[in-house]
Design a protein. Structure first.
Length: 224
């Protein structure tokens, strides 16, 4: 299966879906639990037929879905096809989508040598170290990610940084939002007292800071 580029994914995704952090996601507003159950049951049946299964989070008033081809390590045509199928199911049930409400949290930890601390955090979080566990080359160029398979814990990404002696914030939140929602989220944060401190990597991420110097990044898949 061929991994699709961000441009191809965005050009072919149904309107209800968004690409976020290398995964396509959707939120459907069911309005009540019974409708959510009907949506999930229909999606499950379609997924069995296609032998391609989304991650599903059923809540009282909405259902969140995520699609990625794990065996390929990214989004493929199978994911776009399943997204189209799910959107059709939702339409038949009269269920609308709310892509503007999608958010994903990733914890980032600044480190000079990810490989020296990754095993500890994988143990603490009961997770695995990214897709190439134990690869020194991967850690030296990317940093690695600890993921917990059940989704109970946000992923922990090791962000490589230079050696520094002065203490500074080591953990920060990467807040992933749909491409078309990033500016609104940034403006809300600024209106609430925050400051934009770095836009050099936008639209990939914009660094914000609160009044006490704590930082967070608003991230998108806009340059992938």
């Amino acid at each position: 299966m061929k991994i699709l580029t961000g441009d191809v994914i965005r050009a072919n995704l149904p309107a209800q879906w968004r690409l976020m952090n290398r995964i396509v996601r959707a939120r459907f507003l069911t309005g009540d639990f019974a409708t959510g159950i009907r949506l999930v049951d229909a999606v499950a049946e379609a997924a069995e037929t296609a032998d391609h299964h989304p991650d599903i989070d059923l809540r009282y008033l909405h259902v969140d879905l995520a699609l990625v081809s794990h065996s390929a390590g990214g989004v493929t045509q199978r994911d776009l096809d399943m997204a189209e199928t799910i959107s059709g199911i939702a339409a038949r049930l009269g269920v609308s989508a709310a892509p503007e409400r999608l958010t994903e949290i990733e914890i980032a930890l600044d480190t000079v040598r990810a490989e020296s601390i990754a095993p500890f955090w994988a143990a603490v979080l009961d997770g695995d170290i990214g897709r190439v566990q134990g690869s020194a080359e991967f850690f030296s160029s990317y940093g690695g990610t600890v993921t917990e398979i059940t989704g109970q814990v946000p992923p922990l990404w090791f962000q490589l940084t230079e050696q520094h002696e002065t203490p500074r914030q080591r953990f920060h939140l990467d807040v992933w939002v749909p491409d078309d929602q990033a500016q609104a989220r940034i403006e809300r944060a600024v209106k609430a007292g925050g400051t934009v401190v770095d836009t050099s990597h936008a639209p990939s991420f914009t660094v914000l800071e609160d009044k006490q110097g704590n930082r967070a990044c608003i991230c998108t898949s806009g340059d992938s």
